[in-house]
Design a protein around this ligand. Structure first.
Ligand code: NDP
Length: 279
């Protein structure tokens, strides 16, 4: 049976095995999908061993997305922009073995915003909070939707500036005004606000003033579960529309699944099932 896994440290909390098992069931694919926790510093050795054991592909999560990027022998354009991979596919053609690396986080977020939440990004004013691995993964696909403006705000301004500099040509290609600011220098009344910081995870509250919202702003936190509640409450208190990161999680998994199996799974259905199971 074809084997897949989510690789991380820790990985015990991951919902990916549940999501991929359901995708496989609904598309009639025969595969197994498990969790693989590797020791810090042990990514390459662990992946080599798993691959010798028949692993066909993997999702990669914290803290190994940069190791995954480094180990890929071929990469998608969006992975090159992100400089991080959350998806690996191990291909064998005779004696030639390749590792294809992709980053599906951004397209997952875009699909959740545009399809599941029904909010267009084209022509919108978008605020992206954070400049870590998650924000690096989503910036390219957000720009490809051609918003009018995209502002990256981060606690460490230099990281936001570096991320923006790396994406300057991509932004120009799509006609987007792209800029970097410190968290306390953000503008106001964005159409879409995406929280890609680890603030919710750390229980540190919302890292920007409420002026970034206007009534009806879509306020997406990449976090989900109870830790995402304070951000959602903040959004509701200012008449914005909150959305957690569960949709992004399922949508990025769907793109990974299609890359491995050549079949598009019914992501919206699995998201609805997961939401009611977790409620
Ligand atoms: P990183 O550690 O790479 O980056 C963390 C980012 O958060 C940095 O920009 C950091 O700022 C900022 N930050 C951390 N603490 C605070 C704080 N108290 N106030 C303001 N900013 C803060 O993490 P990731 O980018 O990998 O992950 C970020 C979040 O996204 C996590 O909660 C993760 O669970 C979630 N995520 C969700 C996914 C999904 O599918 N739903 C997929 C991927 C990630 P600085 O640069 O100044 O340190």
């Amino acid at each position: 049976m074809d084997r897949y896994a989510v690789i991380g440290n820790p990985v015990v909390h991951s919902k990916s095995p549940l999501i991929h098992a359901r995708f496989a069931e609904l598309t009639g694919q025969t595969l197994t999908y498990t969790r693989l926790e590797l020791p810090l510093g042990g990514f390459l050795a662990g992946v080599d061993a798993a691959r010798r054991d028949g692993l066909r592909g993997a999702n990669v999560t914290v803290p190994f997305k940069f190791d995954a990027f480094a180990c890929a022998t071929q990469r998608s354009a969006r992975a090159e922009l992100a400089q991080a991979c959350n998806t690996l596919r191990f291909d064998t053609d005779g004696a030639t073995q390749t590792v294809y690396g992709d980053n599906t986080d951004g397209v997952g977020l875009v699909n959740d915003i545009t399809r599941n939440a029904g909010v267009p990004l084209r022509g919108a004013r978008v605020l992206l909070l954070g400049a870590g691995g998650a924000s690096a993964g989503v910036l390219g696909p957000l720009l490809a939707q051609a918003p009018a403006e995209l502002v990256v705000a981060n606690r460490s301004l230099d990281k936001a500036q570096a991320l923006v500099a790396r994406h300057a040509a991509h932004a120009q290609d799509h006609g987007v005004r792209l800029g970097a600011v410190a968290l306390d220098a953000v503008g106001s009344a964005f159409d879409v606000v995406v929280n890609g910081t680890a603030a919710s995870l750390a229980g540190a509250g919302v890292p920007v003033p409420a002026r970034v919202l206007r009534p009806g702003t879509l306020a997406v936190d990449m976090m989900y579960g109870p830790a995402a509640r304070p951000f959602a409450d903040w959004a509701l208190a200012h008449a914005a529309v909150p959305r957690d990161g569960l949709g992004m999680l399922v949508e990025q998994a769907a793109v990974s699944f299609a890359l491995w199996r050549g079949v598009e799974p019914p992501a919206a259905r699995v998201l609805a099932e997961l939401r009611s199971a977790l409620a």
